[in-house]
Design a protein around this ligand. Structure first.
Ligand SMILES: [Zn+2]
Length: 184
């Protein structure tokens, strides 16, 4: 609905009314406003935002639903080199609006429950939950882009030219040499 791409996504809405009116909300949330998410990532650029599109609707059985898409550029910590890596988190989801656990139990399996108050829902909190769900548990640079890989390769080739005559059986590097041979 909204044309301006820099509009901030409303924080609190009446999701049931939006569903009855089949409203689409589009907007942005500054990542620095999402503190739980901020604690879970390495960082993000100043002024970085999560772009969100939420489409409210009712299905044939008058279940209220929200279908959403979001996109957020963040910095994660590569678990190989422990250095920063850029990644754009993307998520698509369909949620069923419920006001109680009982209602949540009755949702069809393809709908994740979104627990709200009768007349209000926190869309920023919803977005933050969905962002946390798509955080990779073990982020890694692409092999060719990881600084640790270059260091590892440099270390291996140094070892192969250094003291090639050292053959002692308890040489700790012999294990590494074996590994290296198997890899090639
Ligand atoms: Zn890395």
């Amino acid at each position: 609905m909204s044309k301006a791409s820099s509009t901030e996504l409303p924080k609190t809405v009446d999701p049931y009314r939006l569903a009855e009116q089949e409203i689409v909300l589009e907007g942005e949330i500054p990542l620095q406003a999402l503190s739980r998410f901020g604690d879970s990532v390495f960082g993000f650029e100043d002024g970085a935002v999560c772009r969100v599109s939420l489409s409210f609707s009712m299905d044939g059985e008058r279940r209220r639903m929200v279908t959403g898409e979001l996109e957020a550029p963040v910095t994660l910590e590569c678990q190989r080199c422990m250095g920063p890596m850029q990644k754009t988190l993307v998520s698509r989801f369909t949620l069923g609006l419920v006001t109680s656990d009982e209602q949540a139990q009755q949702l069809p399996k393809e709908l994740e429950p979104f627990l709200t108050d009768d007349f209000s829902a926190d869309l920023w909190s919803l977005t933050e939950d969905e962002l946390l769900l798509v955080l990779p548990p073990f982020p890694l640079h692409e092999r060719d882009e990881c600084p640790a890989r270059e260091e590892l390769e440099a270390f291996e080739s140094d070892e192969s030219v250094d003291e090639p005559v050292r053959k002692s059986e308890d040489n700790p590097f012999s294990v590494l040499a074996d590994l290296k041979t198997k890899k090639h």
